[in-house]
Design a protein around this ligand. Structure first.
Ligand SMILES: C[S@@+](CC[C@H](N)C(=O)[O-])C[C@H]1O[C@@H](n2cnc3c(N)ncnc32)[C@H](O)[C@@H]1O
Length: 294
């Protein structure tokens, strides 16, 4: 499907990823969340002269088409529509037993937020969708219109870190059915105190939208599952790099890196510089954590 989209995704912590992930220039690296291919391209460029290669995967077939165009001139990149949770299956199909680096850049891509009709953004009026994988069954419509009030409240609280989660969940349930992102924004607005609605730092619907997106795409379950098997697919010395944008995700990554006997954390987390945040405000809450396979 061709959607109107006139922007492009700026990769976060790009130099920091390349400098820390690539330790073996002729190695095999997997970008588990290709998006528009910003990180994939930088890794491919660095390892190309040495015979290194990159396997790139994403669940979003539309974003992968953009990545394909952006990466046409890199013969050492192979792209696949796959979930990183199914990485073991893909590697076995490719007859690759172990790799030298795995990158996961969590969160949402600019394409998903800005292309018309994906239903991720509170700034556009669209059907409630928010699926990264357009073939999956669960949509934001389903979450908003069928989940019990208590479950919704927990999701908005845990995944959105929204203090008014109970009020918002109640307003959602009382105003069902809610068809579009604009209608959802209006319902959230009704549930919040005036001061929150007029908060200048952040749009008042940000946290609820984030929470619903995380639920629709099973983002917390996925990263937790990935961390269980990922170290087994790294060669000794191989590196795991994870960029998160959410304190819950970061806690899961930090905990896994610290307690997993197969891994040794490399330093503390890396944050973007003030220069990067000024250039790309989306980078504001990013944290890059790195670990090495022992
Ligand atoms: C922040 S974007 C990545 C941006 C990319 N690093 C770039 O520089 O263009 C996150 C991407 O992860 C993808 N994604 C989310 N969950 C995934 C999963 N389970 N498996 C594979 N890709 C996933 C999304 O579709 C989205 O394109």
């Amino acid at each position: 499907m061709n959607r109107v989209y006139n922007e492009h995704h700026i990769p976060v912590l790009l130099n920091e990823v390349v400098e820390n992930l690539i330790w073996k220039p002729d190695g095999v690296y997997v970008d588990c969340t290709v998006g528009e291919g910003g990180h994939t391209r930088a890794i491919a460029e660095r390892v190309l002269p040495y015979g290194g290669r990159v396997i790139g995967i994403d669940v979003d077939s539309e974003v992968l088409q953009i990545a394909e165009r952006n990466l046409l001139s890199y013969p050492n990149v192979q792209l696949f529509k796959f979930s990183y949770v199914e990485l073991p299956v893909l590697l076995s199909l490719l007859q690759v037993h172990k790799v030298d680096g795995l990158l996961v850049d969590l969160g949402v891509s600019t394409y998903q937020l800005k292309a018309e009709g994906r239903g991720f953004s509170f700034n556009q009026d669209e059907p409630l969708d928010m699926r990264m994988n357009l073939e999956s069954e669960l949509t934001a419509y389903h979450v908003v219109n069928t989940y019990p009030e208590e479950k919704l409240a927990d999701i908005i609280y845990n995944y959105g870190e929204e203090n008014f989660s109970r009020k918002i969940a109640r307003a959602i349930v009382q105003n069902r059915p809610i068809q579009t992102t604009r209608q959802l924004v209006e319902v959230i607005k009704m549930a919040l105190p005036y001061k929150e609605v007029h908060n200048r730092k952040r749009h008042f619907a940000t946290k609820t939208f984030q929470a619903i997106r995380i639920e629709v795409n099973k983002e917390i379950e996925n990263i937790s599952k990935f961390l269980e098997f990922a170290p087994d697919y790294l060669n000794p010395g191989g590196r795991l790099a994870i960029i998160s944008f959410h304190s819950l995700e970061d806690r899961i990554v930090k905990h896994a890196f610290k307690n997993d006997k197969r891994l040794k954390p490399i330093g503390d987390f890396i944050s973007p510089t003030t220069f990067e945040v000024a250039e790309n405000p989306r980078a504001r809450s990013a944290k890059l954590r790195l670990a090495e396979r022992v």
